[in-house]
Design a protein around this ligand. Structure first.
Ligand code: C2E
Ligand code: CA
Ligand code: CA
Length: 765
């Protein structure tokens, strides 16, 4: 099946094809009819000419027979024959043949002798003649003489019995045939043929032209046959002639080439062919033209559909009132509907339903099309608190009202990006600092109190800015960057801030780092370092603090401050700490084996203190191993459930686990907290200890903290002891334990054992 790209081509080919087939049938019918009629004309003409020749033959035979009979009955001639008077007979024959205008005459005696005038006959021919005359009782017929057909006519000589025959011989020549041809209405060819052993012979030798058809024509016996000959298609009619030689029948052959018969029709065939071609050309052109008219609106519709798909205007021109016109009308209506719906959808996608303001997506698009501008987000401060106070509905109105003020102040449209966040594009002359200042000034639109549902509401705004184009680092979405910038501004206590990629870090990468960490616990990439704690009264190392280390295979050393903080944020801290407890218990046993009984301190995040399952794990592990541990409570985050935490600390104390308050002075720990926690040790933050010899104020703080701790029944450890001076000062202040690089850095277990073999204050000495 052929495929057409265009309907027009298909129609044209279809019509031209059908018309061509019809033309072919017409041409075939015309040709067949004409050929049949020509054949019948030729056949009739051949038959008629054959009949004419029969008559010519008969009358000639009768004429010659009569002439021969006159001589045969002449008394003197009979006597001459009877007396064998050869000169008389031969002169009589000569006279008569001249009179009759024949080629020759002869007397054929019954005893076998012959007297001839004209051409002489050989013995065989005479025998043939004799046999034909006596046995065939033939008086007129064809006789082959020296390879030429002749007409022979005879009359008997009776005296009174048969004593011989008078025979006339006349050559059947072309002049006679030409005369016959002239008698016919059509220019046919006539010829007398005899059948010899080696084929048909004509009047001038072997017949080749009609050879193929002759046997069939003879079999048809007087009816014309058509067929191929050496001269092409022809019709042949064969009329049998009497022959003296029974073995060599003779016929009159009439032939006519069909090409000749069809010649008169040739101009008609040409004209017909020409008309067909012109007709075909007209049809192709007409169909092409017509189908173009038909398919043009369809093509227009087709193109319109493509435009519709591409989201362009897709109306088509209506050019008719027929089905196609109505289709175009429906299409236009449909395209219009789609466009309206599209517009509504686009509007919905780009606007906030509650306030009717443009939304976040709209702002992102604005940002994408203006490279030089800043995206500024304004967050309503203490949003949840305000919303819970005034209700959701009033909050929506508040945001809309603040948005309207911002819009008036800047002349730019304002989008609602989140529940309590609005945003706009800020085009400003100047640098980032100017933009930040402008954004901070814009926050003042909230200064004038708003009246909503009859009540006065005070609101305040904080602005976050982000450059529309951020080359590298930070978040991909500019609106997200501006959102983070709001938090950064609030954290810094300012009204407006520009997004700070460095401060934001890479939370995504951190997340993947955490999964690495959990896997690393199984390997030896994570290990525990131990830093000695030096008892200032006993002048000996009495304990160590376990400090976690992580050698990331791709990132090398990762500071515990980073991964511990992250583990707290992502809920992995318990797994990490449990690993630390197990490690510490195992290492404590190894130390004991090496002869060192040391208390091992473990850092425990304040977060974990309200975790019942961690508590159960720790109590279980410590009591089973009879380990001597101290938990340093680091307070990096607010303790979620202080009541539960205090209960668990009590249970630790009951189980013999010492509790230490880590980083005292830097975190959130307060006096109230100190009083309530049943702690055994207070660790003064290294920030104070390290500046001890420089700052008199810090020295005072450290001294009073030591006194306070002692009065609450706690021992005091100072961490970050790096100098002899600090060590001496602390000793003087009554501090119990010192920890710091002066004594030792955090060491791997084997290094720690080596260190313990040496004097406790080797480095200090
Ligand atoms: P931290 O508990 O206050 O630990 C003391 C930190 O001070 C350690 O840092 C230690 O290497 C460092 N340090 C010790 N002596 C000196 C000194 O003389 N000078 C100075 N400049 N620094 C000194 P590190 O190992 O980086 O640990 C940081 C924090 O990570 C720790 O603070 C602790 O809060 C946390 N951490 C470490 N290991 C663990 C753990 O296994 N579990 C938990 N929850 N937190 C841990
Ligand atoms: Ca610690
Ligand atoms: Ca500390």
């Amino acid at each position: 099946m052929i495929r057409f790209r265009h309907l027009r081509t298909r129609l044209t080919v279809l019509y031209a094809g059908l018309f061509g087939i019809a033309l072919l049938f017409v041409a075939l019918a015309v040709f067949t009819a004409i050929t049949a009629s020509a054949r019948s004309v030729v056949r009739g003409e051949l038959t008629a000419t054959g009949a004419v020749y029969d008559q010519l033959w008969e009358s000639r035979s009768a004429q010659l027979e009569q002439g021969a009979a006159v001589l045969a009955q002449d008394f003197g001639f009979r006597e001459a024959v009877a007396t064998n008077d050869e000169p008389t007979v031969s002169s009589a024959l000569e006279n008569l043949s001249a009179r009759q205008g024949v080629d020759g005459a002869l007397l054929l005696g019954s005893d076998g002798y012959a007297i001839t005038a004209g051409p002489s006959l050989d013995e065989a021919t005479l025998n043939t003649l004799w046999t034909g005359l006596n046995d065939g009782e033939l008086s007129s017929g064809v006789l082959d003489l020296n390879g030429q057909p002749h007409q022979a006519v005879a009359a008997p000589v009776m005296a009174p019995v048969l004593i011989g025959w008078v025979v006339f011989i006349d050559r059947l020549d072309q002049t006679q045939m030409t005369r016959l041809e002239e008698l016919s209405a059509i220019p046919l060819n006539a010829s007398v043929l005899t059948r010899a052993a080696d084929g048909w012979r004509g009047m001038s030798g072997p017949e080749s032209a009609l050879a193929g058809l002759m046997d069939r024509a003879v079999a048809e016996d007087g009816a014309a046959v058509g067929g191929r000959t050496a001269q092409g298609e022809a019709m042949v009619l064969a009329r049998p002639l009497p022959s003296f030689d029974a073995d060599a029948p003779a016929v009159l052959a009439l032939s006519y080439p069909m090409a000749e018969a069809l010649k008169p029709y040739e101009p008609m065939f040409w004209a017909l062919g020409g008309i067909s071609l012109v007709g075909l050309a007209l049809l192709v052109a007409g169909t092409w033209f017509l189908s173009r008219g038909l398919t043009r609106p369809i093509t227009a519709l087709d193109e319109a559909v493509h435009r519709l798909q591409a989201g362009e205007d897709a109306q088509v021109e209506i050019t008719s009132t027929d089905e196609i016109g109505r289709l175009a009308e429906s299409f236009n209506a449909m395209a219009g509907d789609i466009r309206d719906r599209q517009a509504r959808l686009t509007h919905m996608a780009l606007h906030d339903m509650e306030t009717g303001l443009p939304n976040r997506l709209w702002l992102e698009r604005q940002a994408a099309s203006s490279a030089s501008a800043h995206v500024v987000l304004f967050g309503v401060d203490r949003f949840e608190v305000v919303r819970n106070a005034i209700g959701f509905e009033a909050m929506g109105q508040l945001v809309a009202a603040l948005g309207a003020r911002l819009s008036t102040a800047t002349g730019a449209p304002v989008a609602r990006v989140g529940a309590g966040v609005m945003g706009l594009m800020l085009e400003i002359e100047g640098d980032d600092a100017d933009a930040i200042a402008a954004a901070a000034r814009l926050c003042a639109v909230a200064n004038e109190p708003l009246k909503l549902i009859g009540a006065r509401i005070d609101a305040s705004l904080t602005a976050g800015l982000a450059r529309a184009v951020q080359p590298t680092g930070g978040l991909d979405a500019v609106v997200d960057r501006a959102g983070v910038a709001i938090d950064q501004a609030r954290a810094a206590g300012s009204k407006a801030a520009l997004f700070d990629a460095a401060a934001y870090g890479d939370p995504g990468a951190n997340l993947s780092l955490m999964s690495d960490l959990i896997c690393a616990l199984e390997s030896d990439h994570v290990w525990m370092a131990y830093q000695p704690k030096f008892d200032l009264r006993q002048n000996a190392i009495t304990g160590v603090e376990g400090l976690m280390r992580w050698n990331h295979p791709k990132r090398d050393f990762i500071a515990p401050d980073l991964f511990i903080g992250m583990a707290e944020e992502t809920g992995q801290i318990r797994a990490l700490t449990e690993w630390g407890v197990r490690r510490a218990i195992a290492d404590q046993k190894a130390l004991a084996k090496a002869g060192h009984r040391l208390k091992v301190s473990i850092n425990v995040s304040g977060r974990l203190l309200s975790d019942e399952s961690f508590a159960r794990f720790a109590l279980n592990a410590v009591s089973r191993a009879k380990a001597d541990l101290c938990f340093e409570i680091t307070e990096t985050a607010v303790i979620d459930n202080p009541e539960a935490a205090l209960g668990i600390i009590d249970r630790f104390a009951a189980a013999g686990i010492k509790v230490s308050i880590d980083d005292y002075g830097s975190g959130l720990s307060s006096l109230a907290y100190l009083k309530r926690i049943a702690a055994d040790e207070l660790k003064i933050d290294k920030a104070f200890v390290m500046s001890l010899d420089e700052s008199a104020k810090d020295a005072l703080l450290v001294k009073s903290t030591i006194d306070l701790a002692h009065s609450l029944g706690m021992t005091v450890t100072a961490e970050g002891v790096e100098t002899q001076t600090a060590m001496a000062l602390l000793r003087g202040m009554g501090c119990d334990t010192a920890q710091g690089y002066l004594i030792a850095r955090p060491l791997a277990l084997t290094a720690l054992i080596e260190r313990l073999e040496k004097p406790a204050l080797e480095a200090a000495a």
